[in-house]
Design a protein around this ligand. Structure first.
Ligand code: GDP
Ligand code: ZN
Length: 310
């Protein structure tokens, strides 16, 4: 019997079988993944094979290859990671132009790390009810920028309900992670999408889990149209990971594209002669703000203070 792990309490997993049953399972055997030292071998979003015993208990005995997964490192010194969720179809990054302003550096770092994790991101601009003309103008320029690079953009107001239907359409048939820094209205939005669930509770349990090496509870919540929202306490963005200097440029899609024409193939697009990326910035094919974010990430890396994208 195959199914999808939709809940992980640390000691057992709830699996939704392909024939629509919900079965509580334990793990059979010792799962070790090749490429990652993890405190939990199975996470929400995993596709698994289960065996149901005569007594009615069930075991997970096989896990399918993941298309992606997100992790949190147990601590800075530890090499152990905790897999928060697997097989994400998309991440909706909730951002605001004001109240509070989400900086393009934050957005670009987030997008770059999502690229590294192979999770497609869509940008959800919230609080459109609150913007003045100038802010709306800036909003429009961001939408043009990010749409052009390849990131779909949506405008909503969790307060008035504007644009919410479109978001519900986006959730259908997909596993979605919501992110965004605090104050952008992520909880307000999720409360609309998952009525009856009190997200504040999740926030409190996340606080209690901070710094502890215990397994974090995580869960996927079904939404209409066979989609799921992953709401794991404490996920703000993607975890820390080590990127090589040249790699950073790979995760800025338009920079990567332009870099094919740089004179040196290990060009970091700062001081090297014959750099096609800087040329593209000068010609306004690549935006200044994106280039600034890129350099900002490189510099953090140089100073050894590269932490995470959130
Ligand atoms: P979170 O930290 O991202 O979870 O943000 P919250 O959902 O707690 O919202 C932060 C504040 O923004 C609250 O005071 C919300 O009422 C307010 N807020 C959320 N969405 C909107 C919106 O679309 N328009 C306006 N004007 N305020 C909003
Ligand atoms: Zn270059």
């Amino acid at each position: 019997m195959k199914g999808l792990v939709i809940k992980n309490t640390g000691s057992w997993y709830q699996v939704k079988t392909d024939d629509g049953r919900f079965i509580e399972c334990k793990i059979k055997g010792n799962f070790r993944l090749k490429d990652i030292k993890s405190t939990n071998p199975i996470a929400v979003g995993d596709r698994v094979q289960i065996i149901i015993n005569q007594e009615g208990t069930a075991f997970i005995n096989e896990i399918e290859d993941r298309k992606n997964y997100i992790v949190r490192r147990s601590s800075n010194l530890s090499k152990q990671s905790h897999i928060l969720a697997a097989n994400l179809d998309q991440c909706l990054l909730v951002v605001t132009v004001n109240y509070p302003e989400t900086s393009t550096i934050f957005i670009d770092r987030f997008l770059a790390s999502a690229e590294a994790y192979r999770v497609p991101v869509k940008l959800v601009f919230n609080k459109v009810d609150a913007y003045n003309e100038e802010e709306l103008h800036y909003l429009q320029s961001l939408i043009t920028l990010y749409t052009h690079i390849g990131y779909p953009c949506f405008c909503i107001s969790a307060k008035t309900g504007e644009g919410i239907e479109t978001i519900m359409e986006e959730l259908k048939g997909r596993v979605t992670l919501f992110s965004g820094h605090s104050g952008v209205g992520k909880s307000t939005l999720i409360n609309i999408l998952l009525p009856g669930r009190d997200i504040k509770t999740a926030k409190i349990s996340a606080y209690h889990n901070k710094g502890m090496h215990t397994t974090t509870f995580s869960e996927m919540f079904p939404v209409a149209g066979n989609g799921y929202i992953i709401d794991t306490p404490g996920i703000k963005g993607f975890g820390t990971f080590d990127m090589e200097e040249e790699e950073i440029g790979h995760y800025f899609l338009e920079i990567f594209k332009a870099s094919a024409n740089c004179k040196y193939n290990n060009c970091t697009h700062r001081h090297e002669p014959g750099c096609a990326v800087r040329e593209a910035v000068e010609q306004h094919y690549i935006s200044e703000s994106r280039y600034t974010s890129y350099v900002n990430m490189l510099e953090d890396k140089d100073e050894g203070k590269y932490r995470s994208a959130h």
